[in-house]
Design a protein around this ligand. Structure first.
Ligand SMILES: [Ca+2]
Ligand SMILES: [Ca+2]
Length: 109
């Protein structure tokens, strides 16, 4: 595990300890509410500030198969199953590009 991930997890744990969130919940700091961890990095913003879709968060959880410029004007995390699914998730459709898909398939096969 990279040290950044560790720091993030410790930070999350500290936040969680100070909130009423359960172990399987994520704390949205923007509205101080808990959401299910299942809703982390699912492409939908449950936290008003979008913390549940932040690159750092998703990356620390190991959910990023690919990173690119997203629709919210910042870097986004593309999940494995969103790569080459014929639906552009990146602003510049990078996740559906031939180069990326070829590399992706080589990894999967
Ligand atoms: Ca979400
Ligand atoms: Ca896609």
């Amino acid at each position: 595990m990279r040290s950044m991930d560790k720091i993030w997890q410790i930070k999350q744990r500290a936040i969680q300890a100070n909130s009423d969130c359960k172990n399987d919940e994520f704390f949205c700091s923007s509205n101080r509410k808990c959401i299910s961890k299942m809703q982390l990095c699912d492409g939908e913003r449950q936290c008003p500030g979008g913390e549940d879709e932040e690159l750092d968060t998703c990356d620390a959880l190991g959910l990023c198969a690919f990173k690119c410029e997203g629709y919210y004007g910042k870097a986004m995390c593309v999940r494995e199953r969103w790569l080459c699914d014929d639906t552009p998730d990146c602003l510049n459709k990078e996740d559906e590009s031939i180069a990326v898909c070829e590399q992706h398939r080589r990894c999967v096969v």
